[in-house]
Design a protein around this ligand. Structure first.
Ligand SMILES: Cc1cc2nc3c(=O)[nH]c(=O)nc-3n(C[C@H](O)[C@H](O)[C@H](O)COP(=O)(O)O)c2cc1C
Length: 337
């Protein structure tokens, strides 16, 4: 990332994020609120370590020199299989120098300019979801709003707000049941039963994404409940200490889903090589969180789209060096566990 963007982000995120050379969860362990992982920070760090254990098989005797990173996902054509994870709570977790609206407009606007999608978050204060609604009006087909697993009345209100702006898509981070930031502010959220999830999805009448799946059995429950996609995620290590890395659980979940719906994944993805590894493990596409927030805070929408394009270029280079002409040709034989 551009040095000036990093310097500005470091200044603005003072006290929340050190903008380390590698965003790996060491310096910020235990900092929730903040940008860290909960407790010892091991779940955040393990996301990177699980990816680090996977190696890529180099192959250069083939005809691939202009690989195609395009993908059709959730009825949208994207330039790359790289989306932005929803990260909310700017004043609570990131910086006092930007407000929620400026920040989320940079995230989703940057994603739109790079030809992909940006998630929006939800949380402790109403401004987070209000900013999301505002931004989605400007970029109707480029944002994915994620709502928290609130109790019934608040959940219905959120879904109605999304329906009123014509949103065709909605996500829910069911793993937010573990968020201490919500608990601290007297807004606890709880796990949902399969029956509750089925009802929420059918009531929403939108393409519904369940985020925070870490086991094959819950992936099957999500499919049976009518989810349009899942995100394999441990919330960047923020909700439960000592979970495995997402790269470790991904293959079992992909097998359980058996190609019935797209499987997205996030957690510790920092380079085009990491994107490639997740695709080789069976993911349809990936999401990236903290590095994108750092770009948005340090350099606005332009820095976000520049960062996304750089990741796309890295992915293309790995595809050339492995002989993968398009995303569908990336498979487990490209990697070594
Ligand atoms: C400060 C912060 C706020 C977050 N807010 C949300 C949120 O509102 N909704 C959500 O689904 N996930 C939220 N997440 C989790 C991210 O969507 C994502 O799962 C995680 O950051 C991915 O890991 P990475 O940051 O290592 O790429 C948040 C994460 C952070 C660090």
């Amino acid at each position: 990332m551009d040095k000036q963007v990093l310097t500005t982000a470091r200044e603005r995120m003072h006290g929340f994020c050190r903008v380390c050379p590698v965003c790996d969860g060491r310096a910020c362990r235990g900092e929730v609120p903040g940008m860290g992982g909960t407790g010892t920070g091991s779940a955040f760090m393990e996301n990177l370590q699980a990816l680090g254990r996977i190696k890529i098989n180099m192959r250069t005797i083939h005809s691939v020199h202009a690989p195609d990173t395009g993908i059709k996902l959730l009825n949208r054509s994207l330039n790359m299989p790289i989306l932005i994870s929803p990260l909310g709570g700017v004043h609570y977790n990131m910086t006092r120098d930007l407000n929620e609206k400026e920040y989320i407009a940079a995230m989703v606007g940057g994603a739109a300019h790079a030809g992909t999608l940006g998630g929006t978050g939800d949380g402790e204060v109403p401004e987070i979801f209000e900013a999301a609604i505002d931004t989605l009006k400007s970029y109707p087909s480029r944002g994915i709003p994620f709502i928290k697993p609130w109790e019934d009345a608040q959940l219905s209100q959120r879904i109605a707000q999304l329906q009123s702006i014509g949103s065709e898509i909605c996500g829910m981070d069911i793993d937010a049941a573990g968020l201490i930031t919500l608990k601290e502010l007297g807004q606890p959220v709880y796990p949902k039963t399969p029956t509750e999830i089925r009802k929420i999805i059918s009531r929403s009448k939108m393409q519904f994404i369940l985020k925070g799946i870490m086991t094959p059995d819950e992936a099957r429950i999500a499919v049976d409940a009518g989810a349009s996609a899942i995100v394999v995620s441990n919330h960047g290590g923020r909700v439960l200490d000592h979970t495995p890395g997402t790269a470790e659980v991904l293959p079992g979940i992909v097998e359980a889903v058996n190609s019935s719906i797209p499987v997205l994944v996030d957690g510790g993805i920092r380079s085009g090589a990491d994107v490639f590894k997740m695709l080789a493990l069976g993911a349809t596409a990936v999401m990236i969180g903290r590095p994108m927030a750092i770009a948005a805070i340090g350099g606005g929408a332009e820095a976000v789209s520049t960062k996304l394009r750089a990741l796309q270029a890295e992915l293309e280079q790995v595809m050339i060096m492995t002989g993968a002409s398009d995303l569908s040709s990336i498979n487990p034989a490209h990697i070594r566990m």
